[in-house]
Design a protein around this ligand. Structure first.
Ligand SMILES: [Zn+2]
Length: 672
């Protein structure tokens, strides 16, 4: 039974972050990268006209409280790789970057060291990773809130904090909190635990389960899509990736996990707890930005930690890498709860991305705006849907009904989640992908549909000619739709590929959303030079795998079964992992499993092994045969069942093509 769990782990752990080596992106930076067309220059200029560059509150907050700036020894790897971004150029975007996105890229580029949030009480390291590392002073030591993506970034940030915090640098870290189930908030946990073995660990409700569950079954597809969304293969330059919306980017290293000693909010939506003598109030926000999430209020400091429920931008109601749609109404309501519970007295707001905000008025203003941005997206999408607008219309329509105040506010701009894809997400959450138009009920699959489309339109040449005209006029959207049909029907049509790449690229240069930009530019890259391997994923530790329930692992194995291969080899087997027994049945080409009280009689075989042994097999570190030999596992009955299972499993293609999909017939010379 050869299983490849590593990529699942890496995807699962990556959540909303990219996993890929920076050097690789840099090595291929010269692929593509044409200048902005006149149409793009014009579009970006017109966009800039709509922006209020005089509002510099976010910049003032970003700069406030700098205690110590990273030196070369600290590394500052992420910021350095974006050093083409002038930190004083917020209102001077290059032609190839949307001016609003550029401003965000400049804002995030400024995070550069240890910051004081509340003197003597709260500090943050900002700029070493996708998220920030926050330190809160408890009675006997420091409480850290969110611990970055990797052990390396966490260790480096901890060291910098200890050396530079004005006082208390010698005190231990006594508690570690994870705000939610995304890896950029817990992956550095081992560095803290290594330094302070007695650290007490707290997490949001069901964090361990949700961390494991969110991305397993569709992991391979998510991983491939993640590389697109985060521009993993793009160069870091004005023609490539300029920002990750939440911050500059992600650290490289090992993602780890220390299971919390205590998960909050099981007793109720609000839980008050003393952490190292400091009273903290936890509000469950699960089901907003992550399936397990919380925000926290510290009454004695009048400090509100919003985790990732808010940041300086609109977040993803749907993340383009692929995940279940998030609940924008709940999101809006949770922000409203924060305002209602603490809006009268809160004096500082801080979180895991973006700089803090000081002053009650500004905080409440910010929270209301954030609340209304998610509420607006939810309510207006459904208002439009209830009047017959469908998913395809929603992306444009939502902007037409946007109140001026939401348009004008910087921190409700769609850097991570655009209103276009978020509105379509709301539609999808309530009504699904189908719009009730019978023409869309049973369309042909992509390739035959594309071939017919090209034929009806008078052939590839005719489409290319019209598209060229549109592209010359700076009209890229439909040209891309039509050229995509040509390329899908005939991936070897070089003219169509080149034109489609050009259209994608200009749309990328005009996009306000960081993800949109990266997706367009990566698509252009794939059309021009073929799919680029995003390099080796980060090494994931076995920390998380050890937390995965055997039932979930068996569910995952079932996704790898080739139904046609399996249909003639039915079997049944009891698998007992550390005392828990699962009855596993291959029937009709499908693998099912159910947890049972005791091994089911009449099964073809019964296998017993430890959780550790099971994990080893899944990690590819051991074969069942070895475990049988070393008596770490036992088998009774038909010992061919596992061979039958193994024979029915397929490997996923972790580099499948996206544009055009499945062009394997294309001569490799095409790309030379
Ligand atoms: Zn995050």
């Amino acid at each position: 039974m050869k299983l490849r769990y590593k990529f699942v782990l890496s995807t699962m752990l990556l959540s909303h972050a990219t996993a890929f080596a920076d050097e690789h992106a840099l090595a291929i930076k010269d692929a593509g990268g044409k200048p902005a067309t006149q149409a793009t220059v014009k579009a970006n200029k017109a966009f800039a006209e709509t922006l209020n560059f005089k509002d510099v509150r976010a910049f003032e907050n970003d700069d406030k409280g700098l205690v110590a700036e990273f030196d070369k020894a600290t590394g500052d790897i992420i910021r350095n790789s974006f050093k083409f971004i002038d930190v004083n150029s917020a209102d001077r975007a290059p032609d190839t970057v949307n001016p609003s996105l550029w401003r965000q890229a400049v804002l995030n580029q400024r995070a550069k060291g240890l910051y004081e949030v509340l003197p003597g009480k709260i500090y943050q390291i900002r700029g070493t990773d996708l998220a920030s590392l926050s330190f809160i002073r408890g009675k006997t030591g420091w409480i850290v809130y969110d611990v970055l993506t990797t052990k390396e970034a966490s260790a480096q940030s901890l060291k910098f904090f200890k050396e530079n915090v004005p006082e208390g640098g010698d005190l231990p870290v006594v508690a570690m909190l994870y705000s939610h189930s995304h890896a950029d908030h817990f992956g550095g946990a081992r560095a803290i635990e290594d330094a302070y073995p007695n650290v007490k660990v707290y997490g949001s409700k069901n964090i361990t389960k949700e961390t494991v569950d969110e991305n397993v079954l569709a992991g391979n597809a998510m991983s491939r899509r993640t590389a697109y969304q985060y521009g993993a293969t793009l160069g870091r330059n004005e023609n490539g990736i300029v920002d990750a919306a939440l911050s500059k980017g992600i650290s490289t290293g090992e993602i780890t996990y220390v299971t919390p000693d205590y998960e909050l909010n099981h007793k109720g939506e609000l839980e008050t707890l003393k952490v190292d003598g400091l009273e903290m109030v936890f509000l469950d926000a699960s089901g907003t930005e992550a399936p397990s999430e919380m925000v926290t209020y510290i009454p004695s400091m009048k400090a509100l930690w919003t985790g990732e429920v808010t940041y300086q931008g609109m977040h993803n109601v749907y993340t383009l890498r692929g995940a279940k749609v998030r609940d924008s109404l709940k999101w809006s309501k949770k922000i409203n709860e924060m305002i209602t519970l603490w809006g009268d007295e809160v004096e500082v707001l801080f979180g895991s991305h973006s700089a803090p905000i000081w002053s009650t008025d500004e905080i409440v203003d910010y929270l209301k705006m954030q609340r209304d941005a998610y509420g607006f997206t939810h309510n207006q999408t459904l208002r439009l849907a209830n009047n017959g607008y469908v998913l395809q219309d929603m992306g444009d329509k939502i902007y037409e009904v946007m109140p001026e105040s939401i348009q004008k506010s910087w921190h409700t701009n769609g850097y991570h989640g655009t209103y276009s894809h978020n509105a379509r997400a709301v539609y999808n959450m309530y009504l699904g992908y189908f719009d009730m138009n019978p023409a869309n009920l049973n369309p042909l699959p992509i390739k035959p549909e594309s071939a017919k489309f090209v034929e009806y339109m008078g052939g590839a040449q005719a489409i290319i000619k019209k598209a060229e005209q549109d592209i010359t006029n700076g009209e890229y959207r439909f040209a891309a739709t039509a050229l995509n049909k040509v390329v899908q029907a005939d991936p070897a049509n070089l003219k169509a590929r080149a034109l489609l790449a050009d259209a994608f690229e200009q749309m990328g240069y005009q996009a306000e959303g960081a993800g949109w930009r990266n997706i367009y530019l990566t698509g252009a890259q794939e059309l021009r030079i073929g799919k680029v391997s995003p390099g080796a994923p980060k090494t994931a530790s076995a920390d998380i795998l050890a937390e995965m329930a055997p039932g979930m692992m068996l569910d995952y194995i079932a996704v790898k079964v080739d139904s046609l291969k399996a249909q003639h080899t039915p079997f049944t087997v009891n698998i007992t992992v550390s005392g828990d027994t699962y009855f596993v049945e291959m029937s009709n080409g499908n693998l099912s499993n159910i947890k049972v009280e005791k091994p089911k009689k009449g099964a073809d075989a019964t296998i017993s092994l430890s959780g550790e042994g099971f994990t080893k097999i899944l990690l590819g570190q051991a074969k069942l045969a070895d475990l049988l030999e070393s008596k770490e596992a036992t088998i009774e009955g038909d010992n061919t069942v596992l061979a039958k299972l193994a024979g029915s499993l397929v490997e996923f293609d972790d580099k499948f093509e996206i544009v055009p999909f499945n062009s394997k017939s294309v001569d490799a010379n095409l790309y030379k």
